[in-house]
Design a protein around this ligand. Sequence first.
Ligand code: 4AD
Ligand code: MG
Length: 432
Amino acid sequence: MSYLTILEAKKHIGEDIKIGAWITNKRSSGKIIFLQLRDGSAFFQGIVLKNEVGEEMFESIKHLSQETSVEILGTVQEDTRSSLGVEILVKDLQVIGSSQEYPITPKEHGTDFLMDHRHLWLRSSKQHAVMVVRNELIRATYEYFNQHGFLKIDPPILTGSSPEGTSELFHTEYFDRDAYLSQSGQLYMEAAAMAFGKVFSFGPTFRAEKSKTRRHLIEFWMMEPEMANTTQDESLEVQEDYLSYIIKSVIENCPLALETLGRDIEVLKTYTELPYPRISYDDAIELLIKNGFDDIQWGDDFGSPHETFIASHFSKPVFILNYPKAIKPFYMKAHPDRDDVVLCADLIAPEGYGEIIGGSQREDDLETMISNIEKHNLPIEEYKWYVDLLRYGGVPHSGFGLGLERTVTFVCGIDHVREAIPFPRLLNRIYP
Ligand code: 4AD
Ligand code: MG
């Protein structure tokens, strides 16, 4: 149709262009109509002057309803009052698709209503901004890892193993066998690291978690880098450098989206300053107990109030190091000087956004690995291939997983992870 998007049109001030848009709102006064438009790339204003389009077209535009799709021929004009910087002076407007009684009006709607209309809710300016940030985090991830010599590797989604424990597995049939939807590509990424050195994946993962919190999705997307010949300390440096890089990319490339979301860029900038603080699990537990948390003791996993409290002691994301072995998966490497904790860390985001990265050094001793698998009651025959990685030239290696939606939620400063993915799968929702 040879349309330009409004973002492209910024380079064509003074020219006449054709644009395909939807009407989100409008107001008129006398001989002028202000159309609030969106064309997918951005939200913008269209000015309709009676003198310019004639009486008949002016009247018909006045009666166009919300979400009517239109083709506009118009002149690109500078608009210094909007952050976008341009608007369209309409010369001709043709209706492409009509729209009657669009359910999401400019008034307030409840969350359930909006979630039931997620397929339409995505059209709103806030949701648009969130998806722009999500896209930038993905784009910058590929850029970062490509610049640092990582190979993108795609682990399978249908699997026979359960790296993060068996209680949260989605079961399915695989012809006459059992299979599970992947909870994490990690074990496969470890195999890939032994083949390619430094690798990363980005894909969907599934957790049948009966959690109904603002941080839990049933289906979420994870970035999982894995690095051969890399210690946990070295991995922490990659983690902070990577997170800082993708936040910087959003600050640089998504100013309009951050403005729409009301996210303070100065605050985000402080989260790009390295290094991030590190606190041991032991010290974190002590901090909580000293501050009156009587619902936790050494050996327990943190709940979200605990994470939020710990994070509030720091002005940046904080690493919590070396959790008890008993609450972490079988593959984590034991601490060299202690047998009760493992070489791992979770990265906790500020402002109550919770854990966004989980990572560890992986066990690389063959005998210890076999014994870990047995102690966790995992079927050793299912893990034969995984143990082979240590049988044939095992090396120290480390990796981590960054949850995309939690990172989007954090960077955007929004309340709930359900808005960080186009079509969220939640405990009670698989529609639309
Ligand atoms: O901490 P997790 O479970 O770690 C792993 O899966 C490792 N195998 C990753 C690795 O080392 N390759 O998950 C990693 C991250 C969490 O920090 C969190 O950001 C996100 O994935 N995550 C979730 N996000 C949304 N909804 C859920 N239910 C999530 N569970 C984990
Ligand atoms: Mg975790």
